[in-house]
Design a protein around this ligand. Structure first.
Ligand code: ATP
Length: 293
């Protein structure tokens, strides 16, 4: 568990390769759809190191209407867990959508009650009885450090082709065919709506007007990503306050180091060492203790 950008996917692969054989079940509500792989930050195939992933890019957004909901996730993720266990493998549930994690794990789940509704605060209707014996790992990063990283990540996503991905999405008409699905809400899609409505595709950004609308959309994406992380953290605190035994792993140092690195080999090695020592090793220890190893 953890907010967007905190390294959940990386840690899940580190754990899956140590606790072999494991399989990963995605719990990010936007990543369940196929398409927009850069925009939604799906872990690339080459970084999966052969670990099987479930409910990741499995649903066609134009056929998944209305939106794939927590109440849809509950039975699907449960049957995936059963199938992983029946093959004598360890299921790892990984993703930032706390409403999905809650729907899957709460013993008593009421689809018409949003337990994370801030209006209910200070009442906390989170169910503390769980359907599974779970070991929870929460990857935490200090908010100022995470926010700085998230803004840099947006720039990197655009360097890797996020604009072209969104341009295809808008100009191919896919945006209309997925109108009711959750993919349309992925951060990047609503923020670029004005841009593509006004300028269509293949516009040159040297035109100052185009340039300004583009920069405004990028700024909005950065702001909305930081807001998402803040909301996700609030939901995690809610589960913890109710008594869910979430083990906190502090990844701040690894993020600080990663942001100060110029791309040199020794710099990257230093980041990997910190990640290994401060994130992977404590996580492995917690999982081993949990499983009585
Ligand atoms: P909520 O209860 O608000 O739906 P949640 O915990 O179920 O929250 P979140 O993962 O916080 O789910 O996602 C809420 C919204 O954040 C999504 O609808 C989408 O707009 C955006 N979002 C979440 N994950 C991603 C992602 N991987 N890529 C892009 N946008 C995302």
């Amino acid at each position: 568990m953890g907010p967007t950008g905190c390294g959940k996917s990386k840690l899940s692969i580190d754990l899956a390769t140590r606790f072999f054989p494991s399989e990963i079940i995605n719990s990010d509500k936007v990543q369940v759809y196929n398409g927009l792989d850069i925009t939604t930050n799906k872990i690339p195939i080459r970084q999966r190191f052969g670990v099987p992933h479930h409910l990741l890019g499995e649903f066609n957004p134009s056929e998944s209407q209305p939106e794939f909901a927590p109440s849809d996730f509950r039975p699907l993720a449960s049957s995936t867990i059963s199938s992983v266990i029946s093959r004598r493998k360890l299921p790892l549930v990984v993703g930032g959508s706390n409403s999905f994690i809650y729907a899957l794990l709460a013993k008593r789940f009421n689809p018409s009650l949003d337990v994370f509704d801030p209006e209910l605060y200070p009442a906390n209707p989170v169910c503390t009885e769980l359907r599974y014996n779970c070991c929870f790992l929460w990857v935490d990063v200090s908010p100022p450090v995470l926010n700085q990283y998230l803004c840099e990540r947006v720039d990197e996503m655009f360097d890797s082709g996020m604009f072209e991905e969104l341009e295809d999405f808008y100009t191919s008409g896919e945006v209309d065919s997925v109108s009711q699905s959750g993919l349309k809400k992925a951060i990047g899609v609503p923020e670029f709506e004005i841009y593509f409505k006004r300028f269509g595709s293949r516009t040159t950004r040297t035109d100052p007007q185009v340039h300004d609308v583009y920069e405004e959309a990028i700024k909005l994406i950065k702001d909305n990503t930081c807001q998402l992380a803040k909301r996700q953290l609030w939901k995690i605190q809610r589960l913890r306050d109710a008594g869910w035994d979430l083990r906190r792993i502090d990844a701040t140092e690894a993020f600080r180091a990663a942001m100060g690195v110029s791309g040199s080999d020794s710099g990257s090695r230093r980041v990997s060492d910190i990640w290994e020592r401060q994130v992977v090793e404590p996580s492995v220890k917690i999982v081993k203790k949990f499983s009585g190893d």
